[in-house]
Design a protein around this ligand. Structure first.
Ligand code: C2E
Ligand code: CA
Ligand code: CA
Length: 665
């Protein structure tokens, strides 16, 4: 049970790992696309820079060549004036302006400044050249010379310097950009495959991790499904899987000649082994039952553990009742050879109840219930195997009738509670009562719990019965409380109640229904109930403890458990079994046991109750031993609620203490 927490942990870590792998996947994909984006961006930016620099250099170059054209046509006109030269000069001048405008358009702020300067200088130049042409036309040689040497030569030198410098600078820039571009292309060409290879490798690793995690999760899911259908101790099918297979077998055999058989098996000496040798031996023995029984079954048959030492064998196809009886005989025979547990040979026997579909019922729950009764009869009559037979009056004990009566008794409220007071030894106060159920049977009179509780425990009726007792006890506590009487009541639980995961919820609901605090209720459980399935029992006890309900260990001493085992449980009281108490004033061995239990439980902070106190001598011995609370015929026998009310009234008068725990308003 404790181990079942581990797969949950493993599942969560596997889930976390798979989530991490997916995140890793996305991260690698993002990194790869980021790298691809970055490398194309930087390469195209370098290319753009190279193209722009080369274009600018071209524009400057164009301007330089236009300027030389201007120069050429100007010289031409000087040598041999002609209208054509002037027109061509103007065309070259326009070409220079256009080239510079392109420079300004494509270039940066520096180029725009250069353009402004060049255009200003050029404008002056053009104007001077036009004046030169005019002077030439007038044959005004003096003006021609002045313009040529004074303005045109220096202007030409200045403009051509600016333009050639800029053209050179941009050519250099373009060359550098080209070199950078080449480097980038070289780099990305080298690095890109490596990056993609690493990325792919990472993705591959992540894919493998993911696949493994998926497989692990799948396996864990399979395991969880398996666990939910199998008994953790023996690995055999559990009640749920049996029910599933039972339904399926019944569906299949429906309308056909074949029958489905069910054997219910309860080990006879198991409790003894558990009690004398310990839980560990009991568990080991239980794990050996399945393989032994399986060895004589067919592959399609199912053996399931229903809890404790109870097993069921499902025979999906069986040759009627005779066939099922034969299998039961074989199983009983197979179990006769002793089981070896840690070099000890242990002998167990089994009582087997047998039912077959059609003959003993048509649905799984009826058949299971009938098998339960049949097994009960087999056990009680010590006959080993018993086929369910409600009509065979020779075999059917009175108890079988009792069972159907008991169901009705719950509905008709035939069960009554008697209450037995518990007295604090040091003060003589009554500190509470124990509820003990009786059945007011219409024909058989008042039946003691021993006559019907085991039957209820064996047939699943114990659940409703305990609910009934709890409700009735809380109803009485409420009535007493309304009269100003504070009477805490202890209610007895059976093993099956303790294994019911709903118990604590039901108790809490009942307390709410009767508007009572948890401290008004105490629950008594026996050692064997705790040790049948300790983990589940402990879970229930913890839940009850969390509600604030006290738990007493009943009949303490007859089981094998020791006090240190109880330390781990939220136990508030320990009731020393009456077999030790009743005889302690005559049997010194028992007196020592009682004294030892009292001392040890006091060390653990647990209150002790001695039950079955029948004499003044026993009471005196218990007082000397330091026992806290006594219960027994000597104090008072169990009595009906109304009688108890009267008894409490008269007891108050007798009580030595003025402040009785049972408070009167
Ligand atoms: P128990 O829990 O050990 O209850 C004490 C039994 O001892 C009661 O028997 C009580 O009548 C009897 N007793 C009380 N004082 C003395 C005494 O001085 N000497 C002797 N020899 N016996 C004394 P009862 O009422 O017959 O109950 C028998 C058992 O039935 C109880 O044993 C308890 O295990 C079970 N039982 C009773 N009521 C319930 C119930 O509501 N639910 C369950 N699951 N079991 C119950
Ligand atoms: Ca009890
Ligand atoms: Ca008891």
């Amino acid at each position: 049970m404790i181990c079942s927490a581990l797969p949950v942990l493993r599942v969560t870590s596997a889930r976390r790992l798979s989530r991490l792998a997916i995140v890793g996947f996305v991260a690698v994909l993002l990194a790869l696309s980021g790298f691809a984006f970055w490398s194309t961006q930087t390469t195209s930016a370098s290319a753009r820079r190279a193209v722009a620099a080369s274009e600018l250099s071209d524009h400057y170059q164009q301007a330089v060549s236009s300027m030389f054209q201007e120069q050429l046509w100007k010289q031409n006109d000087l040598l041999k004036p002609a209208a054509g030269s002037k027109v061509r000069y103007d065309a070259a001048a326009d070409a220079l302006v256009s080239a510079m405008l392109l420079v300004a358009h494509d270039g940066g702020a520096a180029d725009q400044a250069i353009t402004s300067r060049v255009l200003a200088l050029h404008d002056a130049q053009v104007r001077s050249v036009h004046q030169l042409f005019a002077a030439l036309d007038r044959h005004d040689t003096a003006t021609v010379n002045r313009i040529l040497t004074g303005r045109l030569e220096p202007g030409f030198v200045a403009v051509s310097k600016i333009l050639t410098d800029s053209a050179d600078a941009h050519r250099d820039q373009s060359r550098r950009a080209l070199v950078e571009l080449r480097k980038r292309i070289y780099f990305t060409a080298r690095v890109r495959p490596a990056v993609f290879a690493v990325g792919l490798a990472l993705m591959l690793v992540l894919a493998l991790v993911l696949q493994r995690v998926r497989r692990q999760l799948y396996r864990q899911r399979e395991e969880a499904v398996r666990d939910s259908l199998h008994d953790p101790l023996t690995g055999l099918a559990n009640r749920a899987l049996l029910a599933e297979r039972f339904d399926e077998a019944l569906r299949r055999s429906d309308g056909e000649d074949s029958r489905t058989g069910l054997l219910l098996l309860d080990l006879d000496r198991f409790k003894e082994i558990n009690d004398t040798l310990g839980h560990h031996y009991g568990d080991q023995l239980l794990t050996q039952i399945g393989p032994r029984v399986e060895s004589i079954l067919r592959p399609e048959d199912t053996i399931a553990r229903l809890g404790g030492d109870e097993f069921a064998v499902l025979l999906p196809e069986v040759a009627g009742l005779d066939g099922a009886m034969l299998v039961a005989e074989k199983i009983r025979y197979a179990l006769t050879a002793p089981f070896t547990v840690e070099r000890l040979d242990l002998a167990v026997e089994a009582s087997i109840g047998v039912v077959v579909s059609g003959e003993h019922g048509d649905d799984a729950s009826t058949l299971l219930q009938h098998a339960d009764i049949a097994m009960y009869v087999a056990k009680k009559q010590n006959i080993g195997i018993f086929p369910y037979d409600p009509d065979a009056d020779g075999h059917t004990p009175q108890r079988l009738t009792l069972l159907s009566d008991l169901r009705r008794a719950l509905e008709r409220h035939e069960l009554v509670l008697h209450y037995q007071p518990k007295m604090t030894l040091s003060t003589g106060d009554v500190c509470g009562v124990e509820a003990l159920v009786r059945w007011q049977h219409p024909q058989q009179g008042l039946l003691s719990p021993d006559q019907f509780i085991p039957l209820a425990e064996h047939t699943g009726l114990i659940g409703p019965l305990t609910d009934y007792v709890l409700d009735a006890a809380l109803t009485d506590i409420r009535i007493w409380a309304d009269r100003g009487l504070h009477v805490p009541v202890a209610v007895n639980l059976s093993t099956r109640n303790l294994l019911d995961p709903e118990l604590a919820r039901k108790v809490a609901e009942l307390l709410r229904k009767h508007a009572l605090p948890a401290k008004m209720l105490e629950l008594e459980v026996t050692e064997s109930a705790l040790m049948t399935e300790p983990v589940r029992a402990r879970e229930t006890l913890m839940r009850l403890h969390d509600l604030g309900i006290g738990v007493a260990i009943d009949d303490f001493g007859v089981g094998y458990s020791n006090l240190s085992q109880l330390r781990a449980l939220p136990v508030t009281e320990l009731k020393i079994d009456r077999s030790f108490v009743t005889t302690m004033d005559t049997d010194t061995g028992n007196a020592h046991i009682v004294k030892g239990v009292i001392d040890l439980s006091h060390n653990l902070g647990i209150t002790t109750i001695a039950e079955g106190v029948e004499t003044e001598a026993t009471m005196a011995a218990l007082r000397i031993a330091g026992c806290d609370i006594v219960q027994g015929y000597y104090v008072a026998p169990p009595m009906r609620a109304a009688e108890l009310t009267t008894w409490l009234g008269s007891y108050r008068g007798r009580s030595r203490s003025s402040a009785s725990t049972i408070v009167y308003a």
